[in-house]
Design a protein around this ligand. Structure first.
Ligand code: GLN
Length: 511
């Protein structure tokens, strides 16, 4: 570089650096100068009417209106972000967001990780069953029944205390309720106001709420521990409670005047998270969760193995059909492959598990799905499409001269395929089949959405309890990695076994 060029670059660098400094400097000054409102990022899960939901692309609900009123009263702006309920506490803990508003019950356990605002809503858990159910009338009669809950909620916690109950956890409330409607579970335990609203607004039909309220709970707005915004939120909330705005919003959504709320939490909350030796705690958390996760890994392997066997059988057939000389047959196979490759696996899982029983009920007959069957069905139908293409490509990669040669030797076309083409094609298919197997192993994590307790879901369940997202997901990732490394090792071994030249080398080496 010439001296002149260097100077020019130096000048450009200086100007750039200074502009950055000024920009950042003013940026931070901006938020601290009084009169300029600061913006808080508030997360919510808009599937919880009447507290937060979406309609016509707009975020609506009691919680949303309340937070907007609090923001107006305390002088800050709000940027809403959508997030699954079970991810909120880990996100607050990581300080990636400023607050959450999602009808979150204030519990002592949660308050160890986040700091709650003063209570803003009085609530409680209720039980909902299908309208024709006569045996479940209260909490005691839930014994030995199948119960659907939303992961990480107080309802999920309560369900654990029902003796002999089979609990299925779902990512959100509509999925848990759909499970009840489809007849896969006997009851759902969730926040009573939400259950009542869903029935009243006719969002779900054919269900009823039974028994008394199971708990008395208060909702609060959680913020990260030690957050300076907590004071602001509390000030705003106190103002809207005092000036009648709260009562107005409450009456609008619940058609009656609000009950009185306590001013303080029922326990002392620490300003900072109690800390132990970080590394030591992390290791002991991972070790404690390992047995539960490993059981999940077995389930993952079970679904993978079943789906691979079925997918392989279906895919091989389909791959051969794709080469059929009969055009409509060829096109049908092509349409299948296009559909299953062209739509997300997650959508296919939803369609099979929730869609088919719902359609069956519309048509007037009851049809319920076993989750294992639904999971394996979705995974194997999907992977058959990919395997079909691998098989087709493998067969087509063999020189047509070989088929001509074997047929001129008198072999039938089936014999040609069986003894000449397929053994060679199989060797070429092995690497992509290995990829497909590994992809399938990882894709099994998607069946967590239907409440299947495989490895990933078990990780989520532990995080919902201890909020140690990093440690638990790191452990889950390591287990997946071990499983995929073992599988790719197995495929390499198979490749060597099926390769005659390698085999020969091995034999010669032994001599
Ligand atoms: N109030 C319940 C809880 O805090 C459920 C909240 C929700 O699902 N959004 O666990």
């Amino acid at each position: 570089m010439t001296g002149l060029g260097f100077k020019r670059w130096l000048r450009v660098g200086l100007v750039f650096g200074l502009s950055c400094l000024l920009l950042f400097g003013f940026g931070s000054l901006n938020s601290s100068v009084s009169g300029v409102k600061k913006t808080l990022t508030v997360v919510t899960e808009p599937t919880f009417a009447p507290f937060e939901f979406q309609s016509g692309g707009k975020l609506l609900g009691f919680d949303i209106e309340l937070v907007n009123a609090i923001a107006a009263a305390a002088g800050f702006k709000v940027r809403y972000q959508s997030m699954p309920f079970s991810g909120m506490i880990p996100a607050l803990q990581a300080q990636s967001v400023d607050a959450a508003v999602s009808a979150m019950t204030i519990t002592e356990e949660r308050a160890k990780t986040v700091s709650f605002s003063r209570p803003y809503f009085k609530s409680g858990l209720g039980i909902v069953v299908r309208a024709n159910n006569q045996d479940i009338t209260n909490f005691e009669s839930l014994k030995n029944k199948k119960i659907a809950v939303q992961i990480g909620t107080t309802g999920a916690d309560k369900a654990k205390s029902v003796p002999g109950a089979a609990i299925r956890t779902f990512d959100d409330t509509p999925l848990a309720l759909q499970e009840l409607l489809n007849g896969n579970v006997d009851a759902v335990i969730h926040d009573q106001p939400v259950l009542l609203y869903a029935i009243k607004s006719r969002n779900i039909q054919g269900v009823k709420v039974v028994g008394q309220l199971l708990t008395e709970e208060y909702y609060g707005i959680p913020t990260p521990k030690g957050s300076p915004n907590l004071k602001l939120i509390n000030q705003g909330l106190t103002k809207v409670l005092a000036n009648g705005t709260y009562a107005k919003i409450y009456t609008k959504w619940f058609n009656h005047a609000p009950p009185s709320l306590p001013e303080k939490l029922p326990f002392q909350q620490e300003a900072v998270q109690p800390s132990g030796s970080a590394i030591f705690t992390s290791i002991s958390i991972i070790l404690r969760s390992l047995p539960f996760l490993l059981q999940g890994a077995l389930v993952t392997l079970e679904i993978t193995a079943l789906s691979v066997v079925l997918g392989l059988a279906g895919g091989s057939l389909l791959g051969i059909v794709r080469l059929s000389p009969i055009m409509p047959v060829r096109w049908a196979a092509r349409a299948y492959v296009d559909f299953f490759r062209g739509t997300p696996l997650l959508v296919q899982i939803f369609m099979i598990y929730f869609g088919i029983p719902a359609v069956a009920q519309e048509l007037g007959f009851t049809f319920t799905f076993d989750r294992l069957v639904a999971a394996v069905m979705a995974l194997s139908l999907n992977s058959a499409a990919y395997i079909a293409e691998i098989v087709r490509a493998g067969i087509q990669s063999i020189d047509p001269g070989q088929a001509e040669a074997s047929q001129s030797l008198g072999l039938s076309s089936v014999q040609t395929m069986r003894y000449v083409i397929f053994p060679q094609a199989l060797r070429r298919m092995l690497p992509p089949l290995g990829n497909e197997f590994i992809a399938m192993l990882k894709d099994t994590s998607l069946v967590a959405v239907i409440g299947f307790e495989e490895l990933f879901r078990r990780g989520q369940l532990i995080v919902a309890e201890n909020y140690r997202a990093f440690e638990i997901y790191a452990a889950v990732a390591m287990i997946y990695l071990c499983l995929t490394l073992l599988s790719s090792q197995a495929f390499s071994w198979l490749e060597t076994r099926l390769n005659p030249i390698q085999q020969l080398k091995v034999k010669v080496g032994k001599m």
